[in-house]
Design a protein. Sequence first.
Length: 526
Amino acid sequence: MGNNGRTDTKGLKMLIVDDEPVICKGLRLTIDWAALGIEVIGEAYDGEEALQIMGEHEVDFVLSDIRMDGMDGLQLAEQVGRRYPGVRMIIISGYEDFDYARQAIRLGVNDYLLKPVNIDELTGVVGKLAEDIRQQKQEGGRDEVKLWLTNMARQGMAYRKAAPSSLQGAQFRILATQLSCFHGRYSELGQEEYEQLQEQWIGCLQGQLALPGLKLVSIFAHENLLITLAAADHRLEPQEWREWLDGFVPGLIPGAELHCGASQTYDDAAETSDRCAEAAGLLRYAVLDNSAVLEEDIVRQWSGTREPAALDIAGTVQNLVAALFKQDAGETGELVSEMLRFFKRESYLLHEIVTVYEELFALLRQRLRKSGITGMDYGRQSPDLYLFNSYDALQELIQKDMGDLLELIEQNGTDRSYWIVEKAKRYIEAQYRTDLKASEVAAWLKITPSYFSYIFKQSTGKGFTEYMNELRIEQAKALLAATHDKIFEIADKVGYKEYKYFVTVFKSYTGMTPKEYRGLRASKDL
């Protein structure tokens, strides 16, 4: 995963990210970076600023805090992984929380260190990463092109780095391939098993399409999207390209089926990002066409005559609402199946189905709310159509949504207090820093204080005051461990206006004073 197409082995570039300037300065000055062959090229005070700097300067790795105003360290790690897959990243956290560490690892973070940072440990981690980067750069050539192609495919026009000098070609073409029916066939594969399938995928594709004078470079822009760059050392005639593409067969991988989209040929490597998007975009037509290879000219000829009829959204919503309130899972499922049969009959593309369904689902939730159903204040992400790349997969997702609504309606009918308490918890988490009282929460919920106190204790097993104190003390413990704020400042931040009362409550929950707790945490970090 190298950085921005470089092959030099000179000083490596580091970016420090923390929303406290004094921390940034401390990290810059505490370690002799030059002795490690590293140049600190800048400091950023949130994730957005870091990405801006990375867009303008070459960066090999990032040293970032996890908690920052604006874009935090985990969000930054996600964006770095997408935009700059070659950049190594180290996260520093004041929170010894397994979930944070697990998220960081899943996002590709190379190491996760706890505050206060042990200088020797940090130096060792950075030194090891620097050694890995230099070794990778020495491999040069092919890896360099892969990294550049990865950025071209993932970032598109936002990535403006010139093609590496090792990429030579008189003419280029992009192939985008993906496994059909991914969710139904491969979603349960383990990581190692799927990586073996990916290796087989690349090997079969490159072996089948090998041609004298044609260099093939393949990278995964997504776990189910293989981008292959074909670089010819001389210009090929259209018929030669046609014969080459005829070598692609859907059954290239034994027991699997591949779809393929082929871009137009092009002469300037700077067009690669556009051609990656073109080839990947053609894959959406695979649900309608059985051609081994989809090309722009072929798709344009038959897609121009496609005029799918509009779904009767209002009528469908009305029928679904009736089935849901009857708690009839069979009728609800049949309505979903009928809707998908309509989409297939009218030759809808998958992204068109998602657009229509999002409108339908929004109207459906609105109708349910008007009928007194609560608990639907959750965000929904659009499905990843590289993973859910079939009609059956989308039908399964929609059926799951309907199953969730059936369960929700049943719960509202038998235990509405559950949703009232969940709403109260969200309100408390947003307001716990203030002098919040149970009567104020009850007023916000528009119920009586006595009823609120009863259902809150029944649901959580704790009284309002006990729940508030536990929430505040947990926040105080985190601040004591991660900051150098004075104890009376922390007390105020977590909602205690009287310092002595805060100390009393803290000791009753932890068995020690805030000062003793901070000292204990500091000694553990030594």
